[in-house]
Ligand binder design. Structure first.
Ligand SMILES: [Zn+2]
Length: 227
């Protein structure tokens, strides 16, 4: 019995857990090695999130910052006007699944249809989709194949601040970001989902963090700007 359990565990580790964590680790190691310029990449997952996304777009506009949004297709359908606004204001729009399902234990059919449907939804809203970030950073071996075949770039993150949690405040999110950034870092925050009031706390945190980072000499770019 334990041999079967060990074999199942090994299969799951090789199929999804190890590729997910190894690829994320390698991306961060590469960026840490290459990062000399004081550039940061603001990325936002799990939206669009209605009023919170509007407030975030207002804030980014105020500072002239172009960011990258990894949108959930079901929310994009709910708030198409926010996708149009992101596009008009020069932000990058990538995909982050249809319903934010985890790919760790899913097969080929789910993996393909989740990515293809997300791309289709965003394309109908006028977006050329070139970037993919898997929910929770979890992918499987089929994901890697479909990323290549669908001509997508896989992008994880280097810095998070648990901004989805109701245990965090704008101050703690700001403090975590200030301590964790490094030149060339990809910052992952959220403009949708999360605990009650989460995206609004993220916006409040950024109102403090953006000017502090600028004072330290950091500039902000879209994730595709150096390619
Ligand atoms: Zn997510």
């Amino acid at each position: 019995m334990w041999i079967l359990a060990a074999a199942a565990l090994l299969i799951v580790l090789c199929y999804s857990v190890v590729p997910s964590f190894a690829l994320r680790y390698l991306q961060t190691a590469k960026r840490k090695k290459a990062g000399r310029e004081k550039v940061l990449y603001l990325t936002f997952d799990d939206g669009p999130g209605g009023k919170d996304t509007e407030d975030l777009l207002d804030l980014l506009k105020e500072y002239g910052i172009k960011a990258s949004f990894f949108t959930v297709a079901a929310f994009a359908k709910q708030y198409p006007e926010l996708i149009v606004r992101m596009k008009e204001e020069g932000h990058l729009i990538g995909i982050h699944s249809v319903h934010h399902n985890n790919a760790l234990f899913r097969g080929n059919k789910f993996t393909y249809s989740d990515m293809a449907e997300s791309m289709f939804t965003l394309k109908k809203l006028g977006c050329d989709v070139a970037y993919y970030r898997p929910p929770w950073g979890h992918l499987n071996l089929f994901t890697i194949g479909w990323i290549k075949r669908l001509n997508l770039h896989l992008l994880f993150w280097d810095v998070m601040a648990r901004d989805w949690s109701d245990k965090e405040t704008p101050d703690t999110i700001c403090s975590k970001l200030m301590h964790r950034v490094f030149p060339g870092a990809v910052i992952c925050l959220h403009d949708g989902r999360g605990a009650a009031g989460a995206p609004a706390r993220t916006v409040e945190a950024l109102k403090m963090t953006i000017p502090m980072l600028m004072e330290k000499g950091y500039r902000f770019k879209r994730v595709d700007e150096d390619e």
